[in-house]
Design a protein around this ligand. Structure first.
Ligand code: GDP
Length: 416
């Protein structure tokens, strides 16, 4: 049988709005888990998640962040939600890039702070497809009026990130009771749209960015007897063929390490060509183990990766115990690079309601703020404009052991 196309799904939304419950019930309805894995009682579906969490702590292989389920049309993988562990960092460094997000909104509460924050974040992280699940409809008597009120509120948010609400599915459901997850609910005959599973099947699987410039962030560098130096990494964009001339930047070699691709290996097999998504080891004539390291990026010599002197970025502050001011120098995680970078300038804050820059320069940024800023890496690093090469232009900002902010590069000044 032909392999089904695959979609990575993130569940986002305010705490307690029902993300875990919805994922648990969806996995059950899709036949990915068994009823026996569920507890009885109030937290029936959420229990699955908690139990998986515990098992994960104990090192057992079930891991919610990689739960899979299938419909007739696609295979799906659930990627972790924001707020869980290293979600943002993993999304940005490509470890668990989501292709689509389900935004869960409690029908009783409506839009809450994290609903907004996650909506901004999904945009920052480049998630283009979004489904709105208006949850806990059982708690508002399955009322169409209330659904429409919340739909209106969420619609305002969507417009603020440049999305047309008319193009986005809104599904009234109950994660707990199971309404409109797989089967159409008899409790909401007024709703004419698809169930969650039907709407998931209308998503578009990600296209491989084969037409973008070649970029392979290096994860590791090995020395292999009989082969030589073997950098290892995942092709993010573009295509690399045997015989191509490639350059590694920034590289400890001042002008970049360059050479011709001699071999490409994947799962112990030799290939002529590598394309986006491929995790490869490759060997380049004349490039030694000391010329390159993790965080360098390989590209074609005639369309080399951009080493940033400075860049303009849009950032969202996710959880910072204090404030961010000029001079702050946390670690930026971008592709496989981890580089300390300094906030040179806080240019303008973005209005959370409209996404537009506000008047005046802010003195500081705090949790929940989105802003345009000017950044200077403390040492050479590759950074690309997110509009040109999306996976190479996103970053997570880490400090004190947590992801404090996320962002994307709007404009880069290259270091020549
Ligand atoms: P999360 O923080 O977004 O993952 O939210 P949870 O899935 O943990 O749900 C929070 C609480 O809301 C739990 O007590 C759930 O049982 C409850 N809950 C979730 N979905 C529904 C629903 O559709 N109806 C009702 N009545 N309760 C729900």
């Amino acid at each position: 049988a032909k392999e089904k196309e695959h979609i990575n799904l993130a569940f986002i939304g305010h705490v307690d709005h029902g993300k875990s419950t919805l994922v648990g019930h969806l996995l059950l309805k899709a036949g990915a888990i068994a009823e026996q894995q569920l507890d009885d009682g109030e937290n029936k579906f959420r229990f699955v998640m908690d139990k998986l969490g515990e098992e994960r702590e104990r090192g057992v292989t079930i891991d919610l962040a990689h739960q899979k389920f299938s419909t007739n049309k696609y295979d799906y993988t659930v990627v972790d939600c924001p707020g869980h562990r290293d979600f943002v960092k993993n999304m940005i460094t490509g470890a668990s890039q989501a292709d689509a997000a389900v935004l869960v909104v409690d029908a009783k509460d409506g839009v809450m702070p994290q609903t907004k924050e996650h909506m901004f974040l999904s945009m920052t992280l480049g998630i283009k497809q979004i489904i709105i699940a208006i949850n806990k409809m059982d708690m508002v008597d399955y009322a169409e009026d209330r659904f429409n009120e919340v739909k209106e509120e969420v619609g305002v948010l969507l417009k603020s990130i440049g999305r047309n609400p008319a193009d986005v599915p809104f599904i009234p459901l109950s994660a707990f009771e199971g309404d409109n997850i797989k089967e159409k609910s008899d409790n909401m005959t007024w709703y004419k749209g698809g169930t969650l599973m039907e709407e998931l099947d209308k998503l578009t699987p990600p296209e491989k960015p084969v037409d973008l410039p070649l970029r392979i962030p290096i994860q590791d560098v090995y020395s292999i007897t009989g082969v030589g130096t073997v950098p290892v990494g995942r092709v993010e964009t573009g295509i690399m063929k045997k015989g191509d001339n490639v350059i590694f930047l920034p590289s400890s070699n001042v002008n970049g390490a360059t050479g011709e691709v001699k071999s490409i290996e994947m799962h112990h097999e030799q290939f002529e060509v590598a394309e986006p998504g491929d995790n490869i080891g490759f060997n380049v004539r004349g490039v030694g183990k000391n010329d390159i390291r993790r965080g360098d990026v390989a590209g074609h010599t005639n369309d080399a990766p951009t080493v940033a002197k400075e860049f303009t970025a849009q950032v969202v502050v996710l959880q910072h115990p204090g404030v961010i001011t000029i001079g702050y120098t946390p670690v930026f995680h971008c592709h496989t690079s981890q580089t300390a970078c300094t906030f040179l300038e806080l240019t303008s804050k973005l209005d959370p309601a409209t996404g537009q820059p506000q008047e005046g320069t802010p003195d500081f940024l705090k949790t929940g703020d989105a802003a345009i800023v000017q950044i200077k890496p403390t040492k050479p690093m590759v950074m690309e404009e997110a509009q040109k090469i999306p996976p190479m232009g996103r970053f997570a900002i880490r400090d004190m052991g947590q992801t404090v902010a996320a962002g994307l590069c709007l404009k880069v000044t290259s270091a020549e």
